[in-house]
Design a protein. Structure first.
Length: 135
């Protein structure tokens, strides 16, 4: 089932406004408690996983130039390639929920993604307590 563009955009806009309501803060703050990990879970239309990853990759290339961007990892479910997760890290939570959501490349992705995603993603923000890496 293909969702019409106006319906998809309206649903996604409502979802983003509802999800990020109350997250406005001073984006100039750079304190360590502002660091944020974000999980963004997408579901693709049947047989559209590769197209979705390509669209996300294009968007992420633009996201990499944003202030406060740290990293993004694209993950696909081993048993269901139609489930795609982005693991994102940002140095400023207020920037993520504010200016990042208004960028042209993210808005363009939202419109283009109707061709390969079933609907809006699940987005959850996480406080980074501790981080470990190989020595």
């Amino acid at each position: 089932m293909k969702t019409s563009a106006p319906v998809f955009i309206a649903v996604l806009s409502f979802f983003l406004n509802f999800t990020f309501q109350g997250h406005s803060q001073d984006v100039t703050s750079k304190s360590s408690d502002q660091h944020l990990a974000v999980l963004v879970k997408y579901k693709t239309q049947p047989l559209k996983s590769k197209e979705a990853v390509a669209g996300m990759t294009k968007m992420i290339e633009a996201v990499k130039t944003e202030p406060n961007f740290v990293s993004i990892t694209i993950l696909t479910d081993k048993n269901d390639p139609s489930v795609i997760m982005l693991y994102e890290e940002w140095s400023n939570e207020a920037y993520y929920y504010g200016d990042h959501m208004k960028t042209n490349h993210l808005q363009e992705f939202i419109i283009a993604s109707r061709d390969y995603l079933i609907g809006p993603p699940e987005i959850t923000g996480w406080k980074i307590e501790k981080k470990f890496a190989a020595e």
